[in-house]
Design a protein around this ligand. Structure first.
Ligand SMILES: [Zn+2]
Length: 412
């Protein structure tokens, strides 16, 4: 089964859902292909955002099977020094907040290469990772961070309890938006957690996506667009509560929540009610907010399309810059294909030499700018526009120009 559609809210099970944003169907956003796979047509799946009238949660209901999305996952967090720093701070915040002692067990769900757990291990705690990507889990274990290769669920949580005992802290970063069956995960978390322990997770924050027009972070890996209000009701159903919420800087703006069993002892921090008022103020609990968001995106897409058409008809050559997953959503939704951009520059050696998902535009290293001398570079990784422009001054000096598509269309 490659793909299925659910018809109830992932957080509250309500069937009263309304479609607020229809994006163009795309293949999985990270499904880059090699040269010898170019003849195989890649399937496109619906990409539609639904608002729950029961709990205001925003979500995709069309689910691409996780083994298609995640088993060959190439993202490795330790490769980015910004993330390593983020995780160091993260770990020390949790160590203080959870009042850990030296026998404490820290379990990380979706532990990737073990970067976060290494910070806990270095501080003297017992650690255990769980990750569905076989290769990454194996490498993490080899590097000293024991990692179980699995999708986390109730059954795995029981196995962990048998072998390691209950956890003092469970973390889950950027996985809580990736899992269709959250009930499985949360009942596993509940049973694995000691009574006074905490569960901490980070997810991309809906308010950041909305305020910064980050619509292109909508792709099949991200099933949920979280805010505090719907999550509060969700945890309540499982006898848990959010006791603290924070905004953090990762992935264009994230939400970090601290959760405990309702029987545990920590007081609920004032940040929780502050988040709820802030979300109400921005009308995240109103479906019309997202209908206007959809209209705004459509207008921005039209502006970009007409610019590209003008440039092409005057014979200009355009290439793309940056091939993150979000570029797949942006290119499909704005109708950008190989007729608009002849290649895409990306600094990641893993992607160079491959072809973009579905559209099969070649991904090349930065040296291709010098070689092919495009007139314009369309920045697809537009949230990093400043650093891309400053790193590629030579292109500007040689007479080239950058097109930044969002949040406002701009030519530099
Ligand atoms: Zn709901």
């Amino acid at each position: 089964m490659a793909f299925y559609h659910r018809d109830s809210c992932r957080l509250c099970s309500s069937a009263n859902l309304v479609k607020v944003l229809s994006l163009a169907s795309t293949p999985p956003a990270n499904a880059f292909v090699s040269k010898n796979e170019l003849d195989e047509k890649q399937d496109c799946f619906p990409l539609e955002l639904w608002f729950c009238r029961g709990c205001s949660h925003l979500q995709l209901l069309d689910i691409v099977a996780p083994d298609i999305l995640f088993s060959d996952y190439v993202y490795v967090s330790g490769t980015s020094s910004v993330f390593v720093k983020h995780f160091e701070n993260y770990a020390s915040t949790i160590i203080n907040y959870a009042e850990l002692d030296k026998d404490s067990l820290v379990v990380d769900i979706g532990s990737n290469d073990g970067t976060l757990l290494r910070c806990f291990k270095d501080a003297g705690f017992r650690v255990l990772g769980i990750d569905p990507a076989a290769k990454i889990a194996e490498q993490a274990t080899k590097s000293g961070i024991e990692t179980i290769h699995a999708f986390f669920n109730k059954e795995i949580s029981e196995e962990i309890k048998m072998s390691f005992g209950q956890a003092d802290v469970i973390t889950a970063n950027n996985v809580f938006a990736h899992i269709d069956n959250l009930e499985e995960v949360i009942s596993g978390v509940y049973s694995l957690l000691k009574n006074d322990a905490i569960f901490v997770f980070e997810v991309s924050y809906l308010l950041d996506m909305y305020e910064k027009t980050l619509f292109d972070m909508i792709y099949h890996e991200h099933l949920d667009y979280h805010s505090v209000q719907p999550l509060m009701q969700f945890f309540k159903r499982y006898n848990m509560e959010i006791i603290k919420a924070e905004r953090v800087n990762t992935h264009g703006g994230s939400l970090r929540c601290y959760v405990q069993k309702t029987t545990a002892k920590k007081n609920v921090d004032s940040s929780v009610s502050e988040f709820i008022s802030m979300e109400r103020k921005h009308k995240l609990d109103d479906e019309n907010t997202f209908i206007s968001f959809a209209r705004e995106i459509k207008e921005k897409g039209q502006a970009l399309r007409s610019l590209l058409s003008d440039l092409k008809s005057s014979g200009k050559r355009i290439a793309g810059f940056g091939a993150p997953a979000k570029a797949t959503t942006l290119m499909y939704h704005f109708g950008i294909d190989e007729n608009d951009i002849s290649f895409i520059i990306d600094d990641s050696p893993i992607k160079q030499g491959l072809y973009s998902p579905g559209l099969h535009i070649p991904v090349l290293p930065a040296s291709a700018i010098e070689e092919f001398k495009p007139d314009y570079l369309l920045i697809l990784a537009w949230n990093f526009a400043d650093s891309i422009v400053s790193k590629n001054k030579q292109f500007l000096n040689d007479g080239g120009q950058f097109i930044i598509p969002l949040p406002e269309l701009k030519i530099i």
